[in-house]
Write a protein that binds this ligand. Structure first.
Ligand code: ADP
Ligand code: MG
Length: 233
């Protein structure tokens, strides 16, 4: 269960990106966060994994309050969150397999990973995931040889090999053509269902995945704004 209460973010520039967001996502549920560009969708995701420090409010994942964690505890909590990016964020000159295995870097020791010595169990799991997304025959290809849709499939495998409790997905199809977008969105939804994964998927347009809950960030921040002005008056 992910619980967000009163999440507020004011950037140093003065931009008030989030104005007191409340959001509950039960286990196994996929929540689509929709809203136009600039509505604060990426800010919500980055506040959850603390790549951005919230100005106020709390984020709680399975009884752990993420917003107060520091150091090793925060690193441990982040390992439980898989992330999928719009621009894939692969290491271009590494192979597909190496990119997928990099999702385990939070687990294997530094020297082990530097020497690229991953446990056989991780390599087997990477092959299983690549087969699931239809890329097992491409394990040895370099990432820069792949199409956009293939890159995002690698990004999905890299997030899932973390075995996360929560999947954070930021506009996964914004760089893809419409047909590939639909395939990738369907794949993410199927994988979440298979693994009973709790997920937040940011989508800037109306092509939200069917069957998932939807939170309209534009509307919820409008609600928050109304509440603030009532309090002031
Ligand atoms: P979305 O992902 O919905 O497009 P963002 O979360 O990226 O929205 O941005 C929400 C608001 O916060 C926008 O007004 C944006 O300009 C602002 N913003 C985002 N990141 C920063 C930053 N690092 N510094 C200052 N303002 C930012
Ligand atoms: Mg964004």
């Amino acid at each position: 269960m992910l619980r967000i209460k009163g999440l507020t973010k004011r950037y140093r520039t003065g931009d008030l990106a989030l104005k007191g967001i409340d959001l509950d996502v039960p286990d196994g549920e996929v929540m689509a966060l929709i809203g136009p560009s600039g509505a604060g969708k990426s800010t919500v995701i980055r506040c959850i994994n603390r790549l951005v420090e919230p100005t106020a409010g709390t984020v709680t994942l399975n009884d752990t309050e993420i917003t107060t964690l520091g150091g090793a505890e925060l690193r441990r909590a982040r390992r439980r969150m898989g992330m999928i990016f719009q621009e894939y964020a692969l290491v271009e000159r590494l192979t597909v397999m190496e990119n997928v295995l990099s999702g385990r870097l939070g687990y294997v020791g530094f020297w082990q990973s530097w020497l690229r010595k991953f446990p056989q169990g991780d390599v087997d799991e990477a092959f299983r995931l690549l087969a699931r997304v239809g890329l097992d025959h491409m394990a040895d290809k370099r990432a820069d040889e792949l199409s956009g849709g293939q890159r995002q499939r690698v990004g999905i495998c890299r997030a899932l090999i973390q075995n996360p409790d929560l999947l954070l997905v930021d506009e996964p199809t914004a760089s893809l053509d419409p047909k590939t977008s639909r395939q990738i969105m369907r794949l993410i939804k199927e994988l979440c269902a298979e693994r009973k994964l709790l997920a937040i998927i940011n989508i800037h347009d109306v092509c939200s995945p069917s069957g998932s809950s939807v939170c309209n960030l534009a509307r919820s921040s409008m609600t928050a704004r109304r509440r603030t002005s009532r309090r002031r008056s």
